[in-house]
Design a protein around this ligand. Sequence first.
Ligand code: F6R
Length: 230
Amino acid sequence: MALFLADCLQEDPGLVLGLPTGRTPVPMYRALVRLHRQGRVDFSRATTFNLDEFVGLPAEHPGTYRAFMERHLFAHVNLNPARTHVPHGDAASPRAEAARYEAMIAAAGGLDVAVIGIGGNGHIGFNEPAASLPAGTNGVTLRRASRAANAAAFGGQLARVPHRAISMGVGTILSARHVLLLATGADKADIVAKALRGPVTTRVPASLLQLHPRAAVILDRAAAKKLTSR
Ligand code: F6R
C-alpha cells in the first residue's frame, strides 16, 4: 500500500491525497515514514486532505485527527504544512467550515487518490448509515458505535468523545480519481462482505464504492474471509 502511494507520488509529485485516521492506516503511515527516511518517497509537492475531524475540540487537544496525523505522518515526512488539510473542528460555524473545506478540495483540482477505511457499520469518512447521505463535506452526527471505536484517544471514556464531526461527503470521496479502501482484522469481515457483495445502499455507505470505476480494496486475510467467490 505504502509502496503503491510512493509509486503514485513518483509519477505525479503534485498528487492530491485524501487520507484517513484510525487503527487501519497506522502500518501504512509507518511504512511511508520508513520509505521517506530511505529517500524513496518525496512529499514536498503533495497536498493532503483528511477525511474528517471531530467538532468542538480545541486545536491543541491530543484527540483531534490533526494531532493523529501529526503523530503518525506529518511530523516525520517532508509535506509542506500549508498543504496538509484537516477540517477545523473548532471553527465557530462547522457548516461554513465544511463548505470552505469542500471549496478547497475543488480548488486543488479534486482528490487524485482517496485512501479510506471502513467503520464496523459501513461508514466511510464519518458518513454514517442513513436513508440518504450528503454529497459534499458536511457536519455529521456520530453513531454511538463510531464514538466507542474512538474512545481510546479519549482515555477510554465514551462520554469524552465528541458527538459531531465534519466529514467529506460520499460525493467528495466518490469524485476522487482513484479510491483505495483498506480493511484489516476479523471484525471487519462481515461489513466488508456486505459492502462489496451486498446491494448498493446508503445504509452501508461503503457499498457506494461499487459504483466507482477505479476503486480498489486492500484487505488482509481476516477481513476478506467472508467474501465468497461469485
Ligand atoms: C477516519 C475515518 C473512518 C475510519 C473507520 C475505520 O478518518 O474516516 O471512516 O476509517 O472508522 O477506523 P479503524 O481503521 O480505526 O477501524
